[in-house]
Each structure stands twice: as structure tokens, then as C-alpha cells.
Design a binder for this molecule. Structure first.
Ligand code: PRP
Length: 177
């Protein structure tokens, strides 16, 4: 496909940087003595996670999990499964899940349940963006960056059919017609 959708910037890289700094401050306040395990949800969280962790100057560990929720298009398949699992021991740890977006809530809802069954000391969620208008599974976001309108967004790790993850800002895909 050669045609590219039109994009317009919703949050600039400067706005994102400021927000990540604020979130890092809140996380440092709550976790600096806990040696937490931060679990990034691939792939979308990679850029946010890297920027966030650079600002957390205290002992922590890093893990990744890969879940599938979306197919190749814009709509969720509705079914979540673990594609690439965890290697770290979860039992007794303070866990902080790092997400780029909570949309229907199915992915995060599934992951939080999955982690709680492994008997961690605590599990919390940090999400850069939230689209509450799309929620189908209730999810509590403990550390939230931006609340989104009901638009499809890309950039800063987020994709549209694997495109645009590299953008340094967050952009809205404009509806055609
Ligand atoms: C996105 C995002 C979340 C999930 C949120 O991941 O990173 O994990 O969708 O959607 P939900 O709230 O409707 O479940 P995606 O499955 O698109 O994979 P990706 O991160 O590899 O792009």
C-alpha cells in the first residue's frame, strides 16, 4: 500500500518529555525503596519505557511481556494471549506494568489478572495514554500521562499496522472523507 493517511500532532515531543518527567517523579516517590520490577508490554511501550526508566535513578529491574490483542487492522480481536512470556519471578515482588495505551482495557485487564495469580506483593499500572471512551474492561490506572479523545493515534511507540512507531511525537490519524 502506497497511500499514507494524514496525521496531525496531538502531543509534541516536548509535551511528552514533560509528562514522562512528572510520571517518573511520582514513581520515584512511591518505589525508590522497593526495588520494583517494571514490566513493559511489547511492542508499543518500548519508547515510553526507555525514556521513563532513564529518569528513575534507583534500583529496579526490567522485564517485557508480549501479548496479542489487535489483529493487523485498527480493531481488537477481543482475545488476549501471551505471545512472549516473563522470565522473572513475580511472587513477592512489587510490580509496575508499563503500557503505552489503555483502550478497551482487555489487554491490561488480562495482564493484571495474570500477574495477580502469581502472588506479587503489589501490582500497579502506569499508562502513558488512556482512551476511556472505548473501555470495555474496567482498569485502574495508577500513573496516567494523557487522556485521549476517541481517535486513532500513532507515534512514540504506537503503530498503525506496524507503521509510525518511530515518530517522536503522538499524532492522530485523520478520518478520510
Ligand atoms: C496495544 C497497546 C496495548 C493494547 C491496548 O497493543 O500497546 O497493549 O493495544 O488495547 P486494549 O486496551 O484495547 O486491549 P497492540 O496489541 O496493538 O500491540 P503492539 O503494542 O505490539 O502494537
Amino acid at each position: 500500500m502506497n497511500s499514507q493517511p494524514k496525521l496531525h500532532i496531538l502531543f509534541t515531543s516536548e509535551e511528552i518529555e514533560a509528562k514522562v518527567k512528572t510520571l517518573a517523579g511520582e514513581i520515584r516517590r512511591d518505589y525508590q525503596d522497593k526495588h520494583p520490577l517494571l514490566i513493559g508490554v511489547l511492542k508499543g511501550s518500548f519508547m515510553f519505557m526507555a525514556d521513563l526508566i532513564r529518569l528513575l535513578d534507583f534500583p529496579l529491574e526490567v522485564e517485557f511481556i508480549r501479548l496479542s490483542s489487535y489483529g493487523s487492522g485498527r480493531e481488537s480481536s477481543g482475545k488476549v494471549r501471551v505471545v512472549q512470556g516473563l522470565r522473572s519471578l513475580i511472587k513477592g515482588r512489587d510490580i509496575l506494568v508499563i503500557e503505552d495505551i489503555v483502550d478497551t482495557g482487555r489487554t491490561t485487564g488480562f495482564l493484571l489478572d495474570y500477574l495477580r495469580k502469581k502472588m506479587p506483593a503489589s501490582v500497579k499500572l502506569c499508562a502513558l495514554t488512556d482512551k476511556p471512551s472505548r473501555r470495555q474492561t474496567p482498569v485502574t490506572i495508577d500513573y496516567l500521562g494523557f487522556t485521549l479523545p476517541n481517535k486513532f493515534i500513532v507515534g512514540y511507540g504506537l503503530d498503525w499496522d506496524e507503521k509510525f512507531r518511530y515518530l517522536p511525537d503522538i499524532r492522530v490519524i485523520e478520518e478520510e472523507g
